[in-house]
Design a protein around this ligand. Structure first.
Ligand code: ADP
Ligand code: MG
Length: 246
C-alpha cells in the first residue's frame, strides 16, 4: 500500500440478506486530504461509511487502515486504531455542560493511553477548551449541552470525536437538517479540520462538497462510478447523468 494512502477498501462488497448495497468498491483515501463520498439517495454512501468506520464488516473484500487489515476488529478497537466518526450516534450527555462533555471524551482517551498520571484535571479542561474553541463553542462551554442549537450540538459532536485525536475523521451528512447559516459554519469547520488531519465526508448534496474536497468518490447503485479531483468529476458524463434532475 502506498504511504500516501491512510485507508483503503479492496474490492469491498456488502450485502444485506440477498440485497447487495455495495459492489466491489476499491478506493484508496489519501492521508491528510479531504475526500468526499457523494451519490444519489440509496447509492450506498452510508453503507460505505459504515464499512470504513468498522460498523459493518464487508461481506467480501477488505479494509486496510495504515497498513493494518481491519478484519475482526471490534467497534471499540476503532478509537484506539485512530478512526473517529461523527453524526452516527449522538454521544452527547444532555444534562452535562458543553465543557464536561468534551472532558469526558478526553478522559476516555487518557484512560486508554494510560496517561492519567501525567494529566491533572485542569489540564483536561485546558485541552477541552482548545477543542471547543476549534469548533466555535468556547463561549458556550459552561452551558448545559441540551441548550445548544442543532448546529452547535453537531459541532460539539465533532469536538467529542476530536478528543480521541483520530488519524481519520469520518462524517456522514454533517449538515443534514441545518439552516443555511449553520451549514456555512459547519463547512468552514470541516475545511479547517481537513487542514490538520484526514477527513472523509459523506454528502448527498454534490455542490456542498465541490469547493472543498481534494478528491471526490461517486457511488451509484452500490458501485464506484467515478473517483478523482473536482475537474475530473465535473467533466464526467456518467456523473452528470446520475445527477441530472437532482
Ligand atoms: P445512501 O446513504 O447512499 O443513501 P445507503 O447506504 O443507506 O445509501 O443504502 C444503500 C442501499 O442499501 C439502499 O437501497 C438501502 O435500502 C439498503 N440498505 C442500507 N442499509 C440496509 C440494511 N441494514 N438492511 C437492508 N438494506 C439496507
Ligand atoms: Mg446515507
Amino acid at each position: 500500500m502506498s504511504a500516501d494512502i491512510l485507508i483503503q477498501t479492496e474490492a469491498v462488497t456488502r450485502r444485506f440478506g440477498g440485497f447487495t448495497a455495495l459492489k466491489n468498491v476499491s478506493v484508496g483515501f489519501e492521508r491528510g486530504k479531504l475526500t468526499s463520498i457523494i451519490g444519489p439517495n440509496g447509492a450506498g454512501k452510508s453503507t460505505y461509511f459504515n464499512v470504513l468506520s468498522g460498523a459493518f464488516p464487508p461481506s467480501e473484500g477488505r479494509v486496510v487502515f495504515d497498513g493494518q487489515d481491519l478484519a475482526g476488529k471490534k467497534q471499540h478497537d476503532f478509537a484506539h486504531i485512530g478512526i473517529a466518526k461523527s453524526f452516527q450516534i449522538t454521544n452527547i450527555f444532555p444534562n452535562f455542560s458543553v465543557l464536561e462533555n468534551v472532558r469526558i471524551a478526553l478522559q476516555a482517551k487518557v484512560a486508554r493511553l494510560n496517561f492519567w498520571k501525567n494529566r491533572d484535571s485542569l489540564k483536561l479542561s485546558d485541552e477541552a477548551y482548545v477543542l471547543l474553541d476549534k469548533v466555535g463553542l468556547g463561549a458556550l462551554a459552561n452551558r448545559p449541552s441540551r441548550e445548544l442549537a442543532h448546529g452547535q450540538q453537531r459541532a460539539l459532536e465533532i469536538a467529542i470525536a476530536l478528543a480521541a485525536d483520530p488519524k481519520l475523521l469520518l462524517m456522514d451528512e454533517p449538515t443534514a437538517g441545518m439552516s443555511p447559516e449553520e451549514t456555512r459554519s459547519m463547512m468552514d469547520l470541516i475545511l479547517a479540520l481537513a487542514g490538520e488531519r484526514t477527513v472523509i465526508l459523506v454528502e448527498h448534496k454534490m455542490k456542498m462538497v465541490m469547493g472543498i474536497s481534494d478528491r471526490i468518490v461517486v457511488l451509484h447503485h452500490g458501485e464506484l462510478l467515478a473517483v478523482g479531483k473536482l475537474d475530473d468529476i465535473r467533466a464526467n458524463d456518467e456523473v452528470k447523468r446520475v445527477y441530472l434532475g437532482q
